[in-house]
Design a protein around this ligand. Structure first.
Ligand code: THU
Length: 137
């Protein structure tokens, strides 16, 4: 395997382990996210639900919060894993949260239990996006 493939395999494994820790008693739809920050550190998270259903949050949000709490500020790539046949692409809110810490070319890998199914650039998932630069004008 190439070094890139090794790194992605590690990210997938980390996302899958995080998915196993998701707290999803209401949706029964566990999601895991693993992101590699610009310094190479991997941060993970799962979705966390609660009895007031809409107040839960996504796996991507958990992983981003872990990165920020540790001082990380840039996402080099991110892998999201969900079950089911459809691609578990990030929700609209999470696309914007990823956008804050990533570039247009940042890769967003979407996985199922068997492995990575598709990879997108952030720009493909969130075209013509609003970002930190707009506030500097
Ligand atoms: N969810 C995520 O954690 N990430 C996604 O990319 C899509 C949806 C969660 C939110 C909720 O806990 C469950 O999946 C069902 O929507």
């Amino acid at each position: 395997m190439s070094k890139n493939a090794d790194v992605l395999a590690d990210l997938f494994a980390a996302a899958k382990a995080a998915q196993a820790m998701a707290y999803v008693p209401y949706s029964n739809f566990p999601v895991g996210a693993a992101l590699r920050a610009s310094d190479g550190t991997v941060y993970v998270g799962g979705n966390v639900e609660n009895a007031a259903f809409p107040e839960g949050w996504c796996a991507e949000t958990s992983a981003i919060a872990a990165m920020v709490a540790a001082g990380g500020r840039r996402i080099a790539e991110i892998c999201v894993i969900g079950n089911g046949a459809a691609l578990c692409t990030p929700c609209g809110g999470c696309r914007q949260r990823i956008r804050e810490f990533a570039d247009a070319a940042t890769r967003v890998h979407i996985a199922g239990p068997e492995g990575v199914r598709a990879s997108f650039t952030l720009a493909a998932l969130l075209p013509e996006s609003f970002g930190p630069g707009h506030l500097k004008a």
